[in-house]
Design a protein around this ligand. Structure first.
Ligand SMILES: C[S@@+](CC[C@H](N)C(=O)[O-])C[C@H]1O[C@@H](n2cnc3c(N)ncnc32)[C@H](O)[C@@H]1O
Length: 461
């Protein structure tokens, strides 16, 4: 470690920016977000953007020693080296730390890549050797930190003394803070309910207040872990218990805490490993124990995922529950295949439809879905491909309508095959569809990117 990251208190102090170029504007913008008083000197004239950065007047002269009194930091971004030397000397003489923009060798400090969450500030430094790498690291860390972190830190600051008095034992106090930062107060702050978060922190202070469980119904997307939302990733990392389906990939589960308990409730076609009512009971039981439960579902929980039933059961049991959407298979597979679901020239509508209705419920009205300018994205349709094609053709859909099948979409073993509606069944069987598959029917299916195997040609060869 050849640099040391220290945090400099800025309350009641000023920070000076000298210069009027792009770099000076960037530094002024940075300082304007802090509690320091920004004093900006642009001897060549105030830049146009200045009014959008600060409502304070920009001085069009060089600063003097007096201007640096009480300054914690000075950023010097002048093209004139000689002028800069004088400013640096005055700033140092007044006790300010100096950063000469883009000149690390002349600076008292470098500016790390910063993540700003209000009270919580994270800095990433490489000692000036790889600033772009620092920015990349920042992007990754940033993704893991919720915006509510600052709110939480502010609340903690507000009640710190009260907690110290109420919980004199240091270990018990640590436990309290862990629960406050990982538990319900954090959830409430994340949901934007700041006063709720404060109330919950105070409730936890009452000795013996049992932690309240929560269930997150989370969409894990079609398989590629990079398609998880930032929110999904965050709750997954926080979960005590993960209840997951067959279609949730290992790569997604790898993002969970290593000590989180995993409960597999996967269902294969025709083999209902864990009945739905039992899944709901597991969620309720775990939440009642005070656990933070993530119910991880392939794709989106509310698209052919029975998320609605689970949410109803949780609400009926009085359990706090939240839903985090995921990239549904139709969207993930269409994107992976380069197949636009709507297109001004080919499809004015898209329908997500299941090929396998609930036993005993009426068949999908295929006739209503048979118009030419319409894309159908069929879930769970591979086993029913022949019947679906027959119904659509009977209802008037052209047998030569393009179709595309995406198997294991977004996963490393993804396959894309294209053909015509009349041969849909053959297409799914010849390609021995293994793994989940989406059927796309409509003129847009012909636009699937060129990597798709053209089925009719394949048969002819
Ligand atoms: C029970 S549904 C769940 C759908 C899920 N909730 C969603 O929003 O994607 C399962 C069906 O989704 C489709 N599916 C899910 N993941 C897929 C993938 N990676 N590639 C292709 N199809 C997929 C298949 O049609 C599979 O039979």
């Amino acid at each position: 470690m050849n640099v040391f990251l220290a945090s400099i208190p800025l309350d009641g102090r000023s920070a000076i920016v000298v210069g009027g170029g792009e770099m000076a504007v960037a530094k002024a913008r940075l300082i304007a977000k802090t509690s320091a008083l920004l004093k900006w000197f642009a001897p060549g004239g105030a830049p146009e953007e200045a009014a959008r950065v600060t409502d304070r007047k920009v001085e069009t002269r060089l600063p003097t020693r007096a201007d640096f009194e009480g300054a914690a930091l000075a950023f010097v971004a002048l093209s004139d080296d000689e002028g800069a030397q004088g400013v640096i000397a005055e700033a140092r003489a007044a006790g300010a730390l100096v950063n000469v923009v883009d000149r690390p060798e002349l600076s008292d400090f470098h500016t790390p890549a910063l993540i700003d969450r209000g009270e919580v500030v994270v800095g990433i430094a490489t000692g000036g050797s790889a600033p772009i790498l620092a920015r990349d690291v920042r992007a990754r860390v940033e993704a893991a930190l919720p915006d509510s972190l600052g709110v939480l830190a502010k609340l903690a600051g507000d009640i710190r003394e009260t907690v110290k008095q109420a919980v004199p034992n240091a270990l018990a106090r640590r436990r309290f803070w862990e629960r406050a930062f990982r538990g319900r107060p954090k959830d409430l702050a994340t949901a934007g309910d700041v006063s709720g978060a404060r109330r919950e922190m105070l409730r936890l202070l009452n000795a013996g207040a049992a932690p309240q469980g929560v269930v997150w119904l989370v969409g894990a997307g079609p398989g590629d872990p990079e398609l998880l939302t930032l929110k999904a990733l965050r709750v997954l990392r926080d979960a005590d218990v993960i209840v997951h389906d067959r279609l949730v990939s290992e790569a997604v589960l790898d993002h969970a805490r290593r000590d989180a308990r995993r409960i597999y409730v996967g269902k294969a076609k025709g083999d209902h490993a864990v009945p739905q009512d039992q899944i709901e009971s597991i969620l309720i039981e775990e939440a009642l124990k005070g656990q933070r439960v993530v119910r991880l579902k392939g794709g989106d929980p509310f698209v052919f995922g029975r998320g609605g039933e689970e949410l109803e059961a949780l609400q009926a049991a009085g359990i706090e529950a939240h839903v985090i959407p995921g990239v549904t298979a139709a969207l993930g597979c269409a994107a992976a295949a380069g197949l636009p679901l709507t297109h001004r020239d080919h499809a004015q509508a898209v329908t997500f439809v299941t090929g396998q209705a609930k036993p005993g419920s009426p068949e999908v009205d295929w006739a209503a879905l048979s118009s030419a300018e319409h894309t159908l994205a069929v879930y769970m349709g591979a086993g029913q491909a022949g019947r679906i094609a027959d119904r659509l053709i009977e209802a008037g859909r052209d047998p030569l309508t393009p179709v595309t099948v995406v198997v294991n979409g977004t996963l490393p073993e993804e396959r894309v095959v294209s053909g015509r509606l009349f041969e849909l069944e053959l297409l799914t069987t010849v390609h021995a569809v293994e793994g989940p598959s989406m059927l796309f029917i409509g003129r847009t299916a012909a636009l699937a990117a060129s990597q798709a195997v053209e089925f009719s040609e394949g048969v002819a060869a």
